[in-house]
Design a protein around this ligand. Structure first.
Ligand code: ADP
Length: 286
């Protein structure tokens, strides 16, 4: 089927942006109105008195890929848990436009006695999806993360990167519209991490989900994102909101371009400023 330049598509990239597709046409993305995920003046104080987040306002548009970076303990994971509805804010509101959520944790969190295939099909199995349907969805997801041929392996037989791919495949089986990543690649070696950054970026580009990615790595954040939000030390506040107007697909060479370096420098500078925020014993930023 041929397509025209005026045909609107939804997918990765900022609303209203253009994207040169593989077929040579340029597609215009519609300017979306409702956010896919919104944090409105969100504060959170845990029961033990820890003030984790303070007055967070972030609007994430459909199709954006937003990385959250900030000092350790500034509330990045807490923000993801709020986005998924696992926690509730003490003040303010969190609104997600979809309940089709993918969530990838810092650990792959696989069941050691189940094979790759049986781990990936677990969410569908728990939801009562019939065996043939869930097997087909699991095999498709396994193929999309490059693990075909490893369906019958147990987690202990896999490398750390392969375990994380399995975890991503498991999340893909629900066809997530909002995909939340809680620093999934922090424990991997640098080369494996870069490969997985390229693959997640490819999945994002092809699938069109909205992505929120927690990381400590500036390079990882810039490589995958359309936007990087930098948080201050605890209690986390938004310190900077930096667009990443780099084209897709994001290829390995991108890391060596001046454009990439300039954005990474901006994010690093914002992160250094954010890390200078002192934390008092009450958890209040000085
Ligand atoms: P980050 O992901 O940025 O490292 P977290 O969101 O994990 O930070 O945690 C933010 C702060 O809240 C930290 O000081 C952490 O110790 C604290 N915290 C996280 N979860 C809880 C909890 N359930 N109860 C009390 N304090 C918590």
């Amino acid at each position: 089927m041929s397509t025209t330049a005026s045909q609107a598509i939804t997918g990765p990239g900022r609303a209203g942006a253009t994207d040169a597709a593989d077929d040579g046409n340029v597609y215009i993305r519609p300017a979306a109105t409702a956010p896919a995920l919104a944090f409105q003046n969100v504060s959170l104080v845990f029961e033990n008195g820890t003030h984790a987040l303070d007055g967070i306002d972030i609007d994430i548009r459909p199709g954006e890929f937003v990385s959250l970076v900030g000092p350790s303990g500034c509330g990045k994971s807490t923000l993801l848990r709020l986005a998924a509805g696992f926690d509730k804010p003490t003040a303010g509101a969190v609104a997600a436009a979809t309940s089709k959520l993918g969530y990838v944790f810092q650990e792959a969190t696989l069941l050691p006695w189940r094979s790759v295939l049986r781990n990936v099909e677990l969410p569908a199995e728990l939801s009562g999806v019939d065996k043939a349907t869930r097997r087909a969805a699991a095999r498709d997801a396994i193929e999309r993360v490059g693990l075909s041929g490893f369906e019958n392996h147990k987690p202990a037989q896999l490398s750390g990167g392969m375990r994380m791919r399995t975890s991503i495949a498991r999340a893909l089986t629900v066809a997530p519209e909002l995909f939340l990543f809680d620093e999934p690649f922090g424990a991997l070696d640098e080369i494996t991490r870069q490969r997985l950054n390229e693959e997640v970026s490819g999945l994002y580009r092809r699938s069109g989900f909205t992505g929120v990615f927690v990381t400590h790595s500036v390079a990882e954040a810039v490589f995958m994102s359309t936007r990087v939000v930098v948080l201050t030390g605890r209690p986390g506040r938004v310190a900077a909101d930096i667009p990443v107007p780099l084209d897709f697909p994001r290829t390995p060479e991108l890391r060596y371009t001046p454009e990439f370096g300039a954005i990474a420098a901006t994010v690093s500078a914002a992160l250094h400023d954010a890390e200078r925020t002192d934390i008092t014993p009450t958890g209040r930023a000085a």
